[in-house]
Design a protein around this ligand. Sequence first.
Ligand SMILES: *[C@@H]1O[C@H](CO)[C@@H](O)[C@H](O)[C@H]1NC(C)=O
Ligand SMILES: *[C@@H]1O[C@H](CO)[C@@H](O)[C@H](O)[C@H]1NC(C)=O
Ligand SMILES: *[C@@H]1O[C@H](CO)[C@@H](O)[C@H](O)[C@H]1NC(C)=O
Ligand SMILES: *[C@@H]1O[C@H](CO)[C@@H](O)[C@H](O)[C@H]1NC(C)=O
Length: 964
Amino acid sequence: MAAELGHLARAAAAILCLLIFHVAPADSLAKARVSGGTGTCISRELDALLSFKEGLLDPTGRLSSWHGVDCCQWHGVRCSSRTGHVIKLNLRNTYTDNYYNYMLNSLSLSRDEMSSSLAALQKLRYLDLSGNDFNGTSIPVFVGSLENLRYLNLSLSSFSGRIPSQLGNLSNLQYLDIGSDFFNEVKVMDLAWLSRLSMLSHVVLRGVDLPAVRNWFHMVNMLASLKALRLVNCGLTNTVAATSVSISNLTHLEVLDLSFNSFNTSLEHSWFWDLTSLKELYLSSCYWHGSIPKQLGNMTNLQVMDFDQNDLVGLIPSNLENLCNLKVLDFSRNNISASIGEFMDRLPRCSWSTIQILSMDETNMIGKLPIWIGNMTSLSVLSASGNMITGTVPLGVGALGNLTSLDLGYNKIDGVLRKEHFSGLLNLEYLDLWENSLHMDIEPNWGPPFRLKVLRLKSCTVGPRFPEWLRWQTDIDSLALQDAKLDDVIPDWFWVTFSRAGYLDASGNMLRGSLPANLQHMSANMLSLVSNNLTGQVPRLFPINITDIYLSSNYFSGSLPSELEAPLLGGLLLADNQITGTIPSSMCQLTSLMRLDLSGNKLTGDVMQCWKESDNNSSAFGANSADQFGSYMGTLALNNNDLSGEFPKFLQRASQLMFLDLSHNRFFGTLPMWLPEKMPRLEILRVRSNIFSGHIPKNLTFLGNLHYLDMAYNNISGSIPWSLSNLDAMVNIRHRLLQPLLEESMPVIIKGQTREYTFQSYNLLVNLDLSCNSLTGQIPEEISLLIGLTGLNLSGNQLIGKIPNKIGDLKRLESLDLSYNELSGEIPSSLSALTSLSHLNLSYNNLSGPVPSGQQLQILDNLNYTYIGNPDLCGYPLSKNCSASTTDVKQSLGHEDADHISYLYLGMGIGFVVGLWVVFCTMLLRRTWVIAYFQVIDKLYDEAYVRVVITWARLMKKTHDDAA
Ligand SMILES: *[C@@H]1O[C@H](CO)[C@@H](O)[C@H](O)[C@H]1NC(C)=O
Ligand SMILES: *[C@@H]1O[C@H](CO)[C@@H](O)[C@H](O)[C@H]1NC(C)=O
Ligand SMILES: *[C@@H]1O[C@H](CO)[C@@H](O)[C@H](O)[C@H]1NC(C)=O
Ligand SMILES: *[C@@H]1O[C@H](CO)[C@@H](O)[C@H](O)[C@H]1NC(C)=O
């Protein structure tokens, strides 16, 4: 549930973010300002406007010019120079610079419904109330009385309920736009009113609930002047077959958009295939199956064909030779399952020189790119990522002088890329060859003809030398060179050339050398050099806007920087280096940290020192930043150092903490009673190999999400509280929520090898390890209630009594270790019910009687020492026969540490995500960058969500075009 909510929240945020940047095209800003007419205001209309204003909340004073007697001079109002009547009212929310401004400037209602005073503006021809928040009220009926209206835009303005049929009286209406894509709150039961509006040339209904209107086509078919029809996300389920329409009246239709309707009738024989007037056809996300229809062949005016995300199969038909006007073709996310060469061969020859955008991402294409690709002379975007394209990149690509974006990522392309492949790409800005087996063979002194903004070459062989030709690519904003076989010193110019880049990732190479001490001149939000051979100190000054800096698995040494001015830093990963010294107070002033990994270093001293010092430092400035430290922390790994002190008190503030690893240090004292209360979200707690003493806090059981608890190798005494059996997440494996923001499998690269901890596999780990402490008393019978456990280790304590009878209830157990205790009695026969068990150790106790039989117990991986050290046990696999009573020969086998489960890395990139939001939003203003950026994040984030975003970007683009 919460995961779903997370998704929804994200989608909503995305929508809002996009919405605000597209609701008002830039030119409307200009239009809105040119509002004054020349006539003087008619007093009846002035009163009407004032009374309308009175019913509005206008928190930022957008209507502050609405006073005085000349209403024709008011913001958004325009009068006829001839008659003096108000003819235009434009209250569109144009504050689109950012989300907050947009929300802030949105007009809303101060009363329960909108004032109907506007009905007095009988000469009104143009009414635009879009982008405001009319509190979910219904569309006011009075609008239907404004009989002179030509233009009516009520989109994105939080209207709900039914569209009043009175709108059918607007017999002069030419442009109608109602609805708001995602929130299907406006409903229509009957479209008869629409069919009466015979002058309509543009109809845009988005997110308007139409499923009740079975005859929608017949109603629309009355509108003989229609040029653009957009019924997007309207819940349409049926279209009309061409054969059942004797004559389609829509002979002027140029734009048809039926995206986001899940049709349950086939689109293959729909009426619109006969519309030779069509220039743009959008049918994305329509759940359309079947083959690509032959009828396309007669749509000779078609320029845009957007069939993104359906279930189309097979090749496009070969009879398209008359489609000579094609500009945009989007077949992405279908199941074409054909050879890309053949697919492209079917494109009409005459369109080779006209097609500008060709998208075939994730279409299950195989085969090679056609060698004639260089003949597509207008091509600006070529996108075929996520297929199984093989072969080499044709040299012809290098001739595509208009190409701005080339995305062939996630394919199986190989061969060598030479400078000839790029020689004519004067306009290339986005190059993505990510995850192919390409080898770049380019002379160091090559001067590329382009200036890239995004370069993604992960897993391509770019090295061993760091590519010198990148030196002058100073426009790069995003650089991805992971696993690029770079075996070189990071060149000095790297820090100059990429000083304006936002995203820099060269992890998984063999880069050498040290980093500059001062990186403050860099603009990077994200810098990752994980898993290289870097030496020297960690930079003293980080890029000022950095949200994520990942330097784990290198050879950094020396101390941590004593001053870190990185107020936005959300993720700091310095694991597995050779960093020495204490944790400086600078670290505790990083109040935005969500993820901190200092594990696997040589850090010493008391962690609390950091906090205390920063407390002192900051109180000198008045602000107590240390007080905030940890409040956003989701994961904290300090394990495998030489740290000491008591359980860090600053964690009292870490209410978001999900992962805490303090293992392999010298922490001492008791585990605090406040732990469950202050860290309620904790899922994984590792304090293994420290000197913690005292009892297991009984209230630990309030940690409802804790499913991994490792306290092994400490001095913990007392008994195992039976209340542990209430650890809900060890009982119920149903909803384990990890960061909903995370990519499912973020690889963690450790010294060359990539270890992937996927959401799923992590999800499956339910572990309780209390081994090697001084626990006494019996194993509580209730432990058998923790039925989610996959691992249970209580070995090396002083536990007495019997093994709980119901231990066999722990059906998911893969590993059970009760060795080196003083357990007695018989082994419960229920043990043989543990069908997942692969590791069992009961050695060195005082167990007696027969070893239970059972298939699983015969195939354990360690039968040699499973039972050893219990002289009174008998039966297979022991040599002692149960009827006899000879003592077993003691074998001496070392006590093995069964715990090989390594660190789990959570929370990666949260700061990065947050940081990039800003980038996304700003980038949306530029169309080409929308494409480029979403292609980047498409691979980084949850696909569905990104799809929503892309779709939105598109829809909004269309709104823009319509309005323009
Ligand atoms: C309409 O919404 C605004 C903003 O959310 C709110 O301030 C106002 O009170 C609402 N008006 C009514 C009548 O509920
Ligand atoms: C075409 O439109 C006219 C009115 O504009 C209407 O009478 C006629 O029925 C329409 N034709 C079809 C096939 O719907
Ligand atoms: C194209 O139109 C012609 C005549 O208008 C028709 O005979 C032919 O079947 C149409 N082709 C397709 C593929 O619909
Ligand atoms: C591609 O263009 C070149 C020159 O512009 C021409 O010689 C060649 O025949 C074209 N290839 C095809 C397959 O049309």
